[in-house]
Design a protein. Structure first.
Lengths: 313, 100
């Protein structure tokens, strides 16, 4: 099976950006597309969740929360090993502990195209994974200091755009149920891929802009941005196996653990740890890790999940 | 028609600061302000506004000289070290002094 057309849109955007084309999507369109994607993912999850909610979900959620704490600590260690200073290492680590909803949308489409089933409540894990990394990142950067404005930061984290949209969609989907949601179903069936394609076109353009900054930051950052997703995917996949998730669920949790945030965390870190260089984190997460996950990572993580299951893990 | 002297304080900075800045302005007694999106280039490189964290705003405040100086000093102390920020003062003439 060749490359998925939505991935081709991403490559198209990347190339158009690299040759410095005039092509530019209006910022409002990007906003709109990302809102539709997040709501669609939430709604779909909510509808299915209402049908198959179970008490084991609570335990799994706690484990995923633990993953969200572990990942940034690992990333921090790796970055310190690559001789980044403490503040910058902490800020970049926070990005890698958190998740990218855009990458999640791509893995949803990828698995659906291959008819690989996955647990419907995965969007809940996306929302859960967004939270702890920011807090861990701040603690790694500053320790517990009195001048951190936790109240303001809490608003930023818990009331952030992507969490609100995901949870809002989940709840609406769960409350409405499968029958009532029928008229909205195209959001996550026939409409999902076209929206994702335009979204990825814009992401390609943005990522190509970040690639330019790569020269400034050098090889160490590139090494980290390629190694961390692999390490994260392995840990995510092993955790998923321990939790007894399906093949699709395992590939998905691996992808989530491999992905790095580029929306919620940059905004929060800019305010909480202003000393950190924001272009370092964005170059790594948007310029390297996002394209890597879209082009190479996701098929690789599905393969990893298949191997792990074949080995009886 | 009578014309009165006031000071225009213009602040150009990262969009991420907007909420904090507005809170500061309120506290320091700015009588009002106008905020617009901006893009450009400075010693922190091109700030293209192509991406959320690269967004910039321009805040304009017309007020009495002493208020403008107080705000400028506060901004310098609090934000200059870690954020992309420029601010400057200019004399302007207004028609309704009681508003500023």
């Amino acid at each position: 099976m060749g490359l998925d057309p939505v991935v081709l849109f991403f490559i198209f955007g990347l190339l158009a950006g690299l040759v410095k084309s005039e092509l530019k999507l209006p910022p409002a369109l990007y906003e709109t597309l990302s809102i539709i994607l997040l709501l669609a993912i939430g709604l779909h999850g909510g509808v299915e969740l209402a049908e198959q909610a179970s008490p084991t979900l609570l335990g799994q959620s706690l484990l995923v929360l633990g993953l969200g704490v572990l990942l940034p600590v690992l990333a921090f260690g790796l970055l310190r090993g690559l001789r980044f200073d403490r503040i910058n290492a902490a800020a970049v680590a926070a990005h890698y502990g958190s998740v990218s909803a855009g990458t999640f949308a791509v893995v949803v489409a990828y698995l659906a195209a291959r008819q690989v089933e996955f647990e419907s409540y995965m969007p809940l894990f996306v929302a859960i994974l967004e939270i702890p990394a920011i807090l861990v990142g701040i603690l790694l950067a500053k320790g517990v200091s009195r001048d951190t404005q936790w109240k303001e930061l809490g608003r930023e984290i818990f009331l952030g755009k992507s969490i609100m949209l995901l949870l809002g969609g989940l709840i609406i989907g769960a409350v409405a149920g499968k029958e009532a949601i029928k008229p909205l179903e195209p959001l996550y069936t026939s409409m999902f891929k076209p929206v994702l394609a335009f979204f990825l076109l814009e992401m390609g353009l943005i990522a190509s802009g970040q690639l330019g900054a790569l020269k400034k930051h050098g090889v160490r950052l590139a090494v980290f941005a390629l190694c961390m997703p692999l390490l994260g995917a392995l840990i995510g996949a092993l955790l998923a196996r321990a939790m007894g998730l399906s093949l699709g669920g395992t590939a998905m949790l691996a992808t989530l653990a491999a992905s790095a945030s580029y929306i919620a965390v940059p905004a929060a870190m800019r305010l909480a740890v202003p000393e950190a260089n924001p272009s370092l984190s964005l170059t790594a997460s948007l310029g390297i890790t996002f394209p890597f996950n879209i082009l190479v990572g996701i098929p690789l993580y599905l393969r990893l999940a298949e191997y792990l299951m074949a080995w009886g893990l | 028609m009578s014309i009165h002297q006031r000071t225009l304080l213009t602040v150009i900075c990262e969009a991420a600061l907007e909420k904090k800045l507005v809170a500061d302005l309120e506290q320091l007694g700015a009588p009002g302000w106008t905020i617009s999106d901006a893009r450009g280039r400075g010693n922190r490189g091109v700030r293209s506004a192509g991406w959320d964290t690269e967004g910039n705003i321009r805040v304009e405040i017309i007020c009495a000289r002493d208020v403008a100086e107080r705000i400028a000093a506060h901004l310098q102390a609090k934000y200059y070290a870690n954020y992309a920020m420029v601010c400057y003062l200019a004399q302007v003439e207004v028609l309704r002094p009681e508003r500023f």
